[in-house]
Design a protein around this ligand. Structure first.
Ligand SMILES: Nc1ncnc2c1ncn2[C@@H]1O[C@H](COP(=O)(O)OP(=O)(O)OP(=O)(O)O)[C@@H](O)[C@H]1O
Length: 225
């Protein structure tokens, strides 16, 4: 166990820099962002469009590599490692809920969950237990296109939880959902944190910010004091 983990930090990012280059054009999407999320804690990241939230989330998930700085997950360095190492850590430790959705369209819900089980640690929750947890009892054979918007969001959360993650990262988890589904999703996220995960939510929603223990505001790739 690393010193950071002994202190309860499950997710840490130190001094992250990310540049995008398109021809002559250079965008500094992250300019030295640091954060830490402890076991059982929910952190909300807010900020206007273009402030770097999605870039930050991608770096924290190991889906993108920062040019500078370092990310640790459960005491293990995630950044500046080969993609295969990052994929292994992600599969074992991280649950991700993206706005673009995390379900494969041609697989039913049970198969989507089983796919997320690949390379996860054991024991892991069964597809039916996960679907029950998110209120989709008996819907394992449904295809994503057969679900309504709120059901789809809950199915996405079931997949994000399939590897029993230490870190749960979510980009606008309640997006366009109706109030009841939003409350249900927020309850499930809180429950996850209470069960010991570190939860980080990128959001514009005041409701989501309300359930967070702490909030970080980004502006132009920097976190405001
Ligand atoms: N692939 C890319 N190539 C070039 N520039 C990019 C790329 N992705 C993001 N950017 C730029 O980096 C900056 C941060 O973008 P990012 O998507 O992280 O912001 P955001 O806060 O998530 O915005 P939104 O709330 O609209 O999703 C923006 O100026 C954006 O145009």
């Amino acid at each position: 166990m690393s010193p950071a983990e002994r202190e309860g930090d499950v997710l840490t990012a130190r001094d992250l820099y990310r540049f995008y280059r398109a021809g002559e054009e250079e965008t500094l999407a992250l300019r030295g962002v640091s954060l830490r999320v402890r076991r059982g804690e929910t952190l909300a990241v807010t900020g206007p469009s273009g402030s770097g939230k999605s870039t930050l989330l991608a770096c924290l998930a190991g889906l993108d590599e920062p040019e500078g700085g370092v990310v640790h997950v459960a005491g293990e360095r995630l950044s500046h490692r080969p993609e295969a190492d990052r994929a292994r850590i992600r599969a074992r430790r991280i649950g991700i809920l993206l706005q673009s959705g995390n379900l494969l369209a041609h697989l039913d819900l049970r198969a989507n969950i089983r796919l997320a089980h690949t390379a996860a640690r054991t024991p892991r929750p069964t597809p039916s237990a996960l679907l029950d947890q998110v209120g989709l009892h008996g819907r394992g054979a449904a295809l994503p296109r057969e679900l309504a918007g709120g059901e789809l969001a809950r199915a996405g959360l079931a997949v994000a939880l399939a590897n029993d993650p230490d870190v749960l990262l979510a980009d606008e988890p309640t997006g366009e959902l109706d109030g009841t589904t939003e409350q249900r999703i927020l309850e499930l996220l809180r429950e996850r944190a209470h069960n010991g995960a570190a939860v980080l939510l990128v959001t514009h929603s005041a409701e989501v910010v309300r359930i967070a223990d702490r909030v970080i505001a980004l502006r132009d790739g920097r976190s405001l004091p």
